[in-house]
Design a protein around this ligand. Structure first.
Ligand code: G3P
Ligand code: MG
Length: 356
């Protein structure tokens, strides 16, 4: 009957919990699924393929727009991932749009950093690749590099309009969107921009703002042991900058473990719960900010994922897997998780049992 149907809907949708999955070292290593992540995620959907339990990905990685990452993840993991379910390190850069929408800015990192920023709405962004190409000899060892730089699709077309007279444009901010590819070149050119007030070769004490998408010292990629992450690049740039410049480098890092990332995840999970639950709309239940009893953060890096969930406090519950940065038997001493398991599948199994 109708009332029975409504009842079933309400039960399926009144999930008082949600999940946030780290990607590198939990769901994937490189581009390959790990820890039975495909099977684990499928358990969060109905047989019809619709989302049963609100979840999202909370990664410090990035380099491509969230919409494209959602398609990539759907393909690799075999479930339908929405763009709103993908929060990357650089996703909060969106919030800086008001300040830099029409300002000349540079973006660097693997993938298509300028396309990412362009899609957020920044109208005058160029990649560091394109920017550097306007200065002959800015990289004194460029001729020894045996690779060619691939120019980004969208933005390189626009770059001629954005930099009409090459270096005469003042850079108003620099964004490290994803892990830099050519650290040497990037350290050189960022030092040029940041020590000169935005015009390489000039002298000006005013350092343009510098933003990092995340600050992970190390992370788990395809190689067996950890790889140096954006935090390692930040330390390198900062060390050099502080030796060649009188004033210490000023910068802001986004991504986990910042509490704002977890607050934002809670809001998104609330929206997901709302949209996947027509029953709540029908009963006029205003879930503007639904309150979750528990939100589970499933991560592999104690200093980033677990520390972040701990600092965020209620309603976060942290689960540490042994598939990435962390491999020990015993819980991490400095940032002990609420639970340690082998794989993401074990984590999902635990959550579903606990919430049953
Ligand atoms: O470059 C990616 C790395 O910094 C972390 O990714 O998914 O483990 O937060 P993730
Ligand atoms: Mg990770």
């Amino acid at each position: 009957s109708m009332s029975q149907h409504v009842f079933v809907d309400v039960v399926a949708c009144s999930s008082s919990f949600g999940l946030a999955f780290d990607i590198d070292g939990v769901i994937l290593r490189g581009a390959n699924p790990i820890g039975n992540s495909r099977r684990a995620l499928r358990r969060l959907y109905n047989d019809s393929g619709s989302l049963k339990i609100p979840f999202l990905f909370l990664t410090n990685g990035g380099g491509i727009p969230e919409s494209r990452r959602a398609l990539e993840l759907s393909d690799i993991l075999g479930v339908k991932i929405l763009p709103s379910q993908v929060v990357q390190g650089h996703s909060p850069f969106r919030n800086l749009l008001k300040r830099f929408e029409n300002e000349f800015i540079v973006a660097t990192g693997k993938g298509e950093p300028a396309v990412v920023m362009w899609e957020y709405g920044f109208k005058r962004v160029v990649s560091l690749d394109v920017y550097a190409s306007h200065f002959s000899n800015i990289d004194p060892v460029a001729q020894y590099k045996r690779w060619t730089t691939i120019q980004e699709s969208n933005c390189s077309k626009n770059s001629e309009n954005i930099i009409p007279h090459g270096y005469s444009q003042k850079v108003k901010a620099a964004f490290v969107v994803s892990d830099p590819v050519d650290w040497g070149r990037d350290i050189q050119v960022l030092c040029d921009i940041l020590t000169s007030g935005g015009i390489p070769g000039e002298k000006n004490w005013h350092q343009p703002p510098l933003y990092f998408a995340a600050d992970d010292l190390q992370y788990q990629a395809a190689f067996p042991s950890e790889r140096l992450g954006m935090g390692a690049f930040r330390i390198s740039l900062e060390s050099v900058f502080n030796r060649i410049h009188d004033r210490p480098l000023e910068f802001t890092c986004f991504g986990k473990p910042n509490p704002s990332v977890f607050r934002n995840a809670e809001t998104i999970l609330g929206h997901l719960l709302q949209t996947s639950c027509p029953a709540n709309v029908r009963t006029g239940n205003d879930l503007g900010s639904p309150s979750f009893k528990t939100l589970y953060m499933i991560g592999d890096n104690p200093l980033v994922d677990i520390k972040g969930a701990q600092q965020a406090g209620y309603p976060w519950f942290s689960i540490l897997t042994r598939t990435g940065v962390f491999r020990q038997r015993e819980n991490h001493t400095q940032y002990p998780a609420d639970l340690v398991v082998d794989t993401v599948e074990d984590a999902v199994e635990f959550v579903l049992k606990r919430e049953d």
